[in-house]
Design a protein around this ligand. Sequence first.
Ligand SMILES: [Zn+2]
Ligand SMILES: [Zn+2]
Length: 138
Amino acid sequence: MDILGSSSKSSLVTSITEEIKDREPPKKVHDPGGVWKCCHCRLEEHYDYKGNKPPFAKHLSFSEDCYIMKDPFSSLNRGEILILGGDCSICNRSVCLECSLFYAKRFCKACAFENSRYFPSEVQKKIHVLNKENKADE
Ligand SMILES: [Zn+2]
Ligand SMILES: [Zn+2]
């Protein structure tokens, strides 16, 4: 087996990285939507639409504005979507479904915890579960 000398190998790597650096990023054809990030778990995702009536899934409407992503695993015509999360109605920060709960409005777990006395007892239980799960990394 013919093995390249280390000097020629490293110059090959350098010329490839130079080439990539100079190349322009490919232009996107449609509106990229934006980047959505959960303020609690730092989940970051590209979203295609924010609102309660996604134009690519006309049969659906939601009682809140959510960040919606077209399901990359389904064909466009079927209009399948993924809901990433929404905005907390108290602090206005974006949160994923796992870090928030929906009770008439969306509440992030921190705001829900602070205001838990205003929620009915079965919702309070959920709030405590939500906040317990993340205690470990604080
Ligand atoms: Zn989250
Ligand atoms: Zn909040």
